[in-house]
Design a protein around this ligand. Structure first.
Ligand code: AOF
Ligand code: ZN
Length: 376
C-alpha cells in the first residue's frame, strides 16, 4: 500500500475542492479537479467545467505552462486515454513532461478503465493511485453507477410531517417544510440529470418542475444563471393523458414524455421543440420502471423521483431506489393524512426493506435524512 505524505494529502484535498466547483455544471461528464506542483509548490490548478470543454488536467497544465516539466499532477479521476470531445489528458500530461501523477480513483468509463494509467506508466511516468478515493467517489456517484451498470443512480425525494404524512386528509400540503428545506430541494434538483414524476402530479398540482435560479440560496454566489443545467423533466404518462396545456409545456427546459401508448397526432403536432416522447413497455398498465431507467441510462447519470405516494412506492417496490432524501418537518398532520409511500403490506419483520441513514442534518426548522436502501 502506498504511504502518502502530508503534502500529497493536502494537494489531493485541494483537487477534490476544485472538482466540487463543477458539481452543478459538468453533466453528463464527471466533476474532476487537478493540481500540479513543482517542488511542493502549486504551479497550476483547474477543474472540469462543462461537457465538451477542456478537462481538469488541461486547465491545470495551461495554468502551469513550462512549470509542469518534472512536476507532479494530482487528479481526482484517472486521466483519460481516449479521443472524446477532447483529446486524451494522459497524453497531454506526458507531453508536458509531468514526472509523477497521483490519482484518487480509476475512471469507470469503459472507454478508459485503466488505459489512462497504462499510457502514463508506459511513458515512464510514476503513477500512484488511491489517495482520498472515497472523497473522489462521493463527487460522482451517479456517473460511477451509470458507467458500471448503464443505469442511473435513483434518489427518491420525500417531505413529510413527524407522523409520516405528506398532506392533510383533504390533500392540502402547502407548506409542510420550511423555506430552507425548499431551497435545499432546488439545489438537489440542480444536481440531478433528470427529475421523474407521474402524470397525476402534473394534472393535479400543475408544477413547472424546473430549477428556479433565484431559489438556489448560496449557490447563486458560485454559479452564473447561464452555467446551471436544467435537469431533464420526465413525466410518466402511461395512458397518454396529458393535454399539452399543462404548465410543464410552457417552460423551455427539456421535457420527456413517457407513455405506453402513442399520443394522438393532434397532440404531437403541437408539441414545442423542447419536448421529446418515448413509448416504453408497461407492467400492469404502468410504465415498466426498469425499462425507464435503462432508457434514461443512455444519457443521464442520476435521477430524482419527486412524485406522489403511488409512483414513489412503485420505485421502492421495484428495487430501483438507491437513496431516499427525506425532509421531515416538526408538524403533525393527523391519522388520516396522506401516507409517504404506497407500499404493499409486509407479513413479517424479515420482509421489511433494510434502510441505513447515512446523513442527518438540520435544514432550517426541518431535518434532512439521507437514507440508503439495501436490496428489498
Ligand atoms: C479526465 N479529466 O476532467 C474529466 C474526464 O467527452 P469528453 O471528451 O469530455 O470525455 C468525457 C469522458 O472523459 C468522461 O466520460 C470521463 O470518462 C472522462 N472525464 N477525464 O481525464 C476530466 N472530466
Ligand atoms: Zn481527460
Amino acid at each position: 500500500m502506498t504511504v502518502w505524505s502530508r503534502h500529497d494529502i493536502l494537494m489531493m484535498n485541494r483537487a477534490v475542492q476544485l472538482a466540487r466547483k463543477g458539481l452543478y455544471t459538468t453533466r453528463p461528464n464527471p466533476s474532476v479537479g487537478c493540481v500540479i506542483t513543482q517542488n511542493d509548490i502549486i504551479v497550476g490548478e483547474g477543474f472540469h467545467q462543462k461537457a465538451g470543454e477542456p478537462h481538469a488536467e488541461v486547465h491545470a497544465l495551461n495554468a502551469a505552462k513550462e512549470a509542469s516539466l518534472g512536476g507532479t499532477a494530482y487528479v481526482t479521476l484517472e486521466p483519460c486515454s481516449h479521443f472524446g470531445r477532447t483529446p486524451p489528458c494522459a497524453k497531454a500530461l506526458i507531453e508536458a513532461g509531468v514526472k509523477r501523477v497521483v490519482v484518487a480513483m480509476k475512471d469507470p468509463n469503459p472507454q478508459v478503465v485503466g488505459r489512462g494509467l497504462a499510457m502514463l506508466t508506459a511513458a515512464g511516468v510514476q503513477v500512484d493511485i488511491g489517495l482520498l478515493e472515497s472523497q473522489a467517489e462521493a463527487l460522482n456517484p451517479g456517473f460511477i453507477k451509470r458507467m458500471k451498470t448503464n443505469i442511473p443512480l435513483v434518489t427518491v425525494k420525500l417531505a413529510a410531517s413527524l407522523d409520516g404524512k405528506t398532506a392533510l386528509a383533504n390533500g392540502k400540503s402547502q407548506w409542510i417544510t420550511g423555506s430552507e428545506a425548499r431551497q435545499d430541494v432546488q439545489r438537489l434538483r440542480a444536481k440531478h440529470g433528470a427529475l421523474v414524476t407521474g402524470v397525476e402530479t402534473v394534472l393535479i398540482d400543475n408544477p413547472s418542475l424546473n430549477v428556479r435560479y433565484d431559489e438556489l440560496g448560496g449557490l447563486t454566489d458560485v454559479y452564473d444563471e447561464k452555467d446551471l443545467q436544467q435537469p431533464l423533466r420526465v413525466i410518466l404518462d402511461s395512458k397518454a393523458r396529458l393535454t399539452g396545456k399543462e404548465r410543464i409545456f410552457d417552460i423551455e427546459s427539456p421535457l420527456l414524455l413517457v407513455s405506453c401508448t402513442a399520443y394522438p397526432d393532434e397532440f404531437t403536432a403541437k408539441l414545442p421543440k423542447h419536448v421529446e416522447k418515448v413509448v416504453l413497455p408497461d407492467i400492469k398498465g404502468r410504465v415498466d420502471l426498469h425499462a425507464l431507467l435503462a432508457h434514461l441510462g443512455q444519457c443521464v447519470n442520476s435521477v430524482m423521483v419527486e412524485a406522489g405516494a403511488t409512483l414513489a412506492g412503485a420505485f421502492v417496490e421495484a428495487g430501483c431506489v438507491d437513496e431516499i432524501v427525506l425532509y421531515q418537518a416538526p408538524k403533525l398532520l393527523g391519522a388520516k393524512g396522506r401516507n409517504l409511500l404506497a407500499l404493499n403490506d409486509y407479513e413479517s419483520m424479515a420482509e421489511i426493506p433494510s434502510l441505513k441513514v447515512i446523513d442527518e442534518r438540520k435544514i432550517g426548522v426541518d431535518t434532512r435524512l439521507v437514507i440508503q436502501l439495501g436490496h428489498i
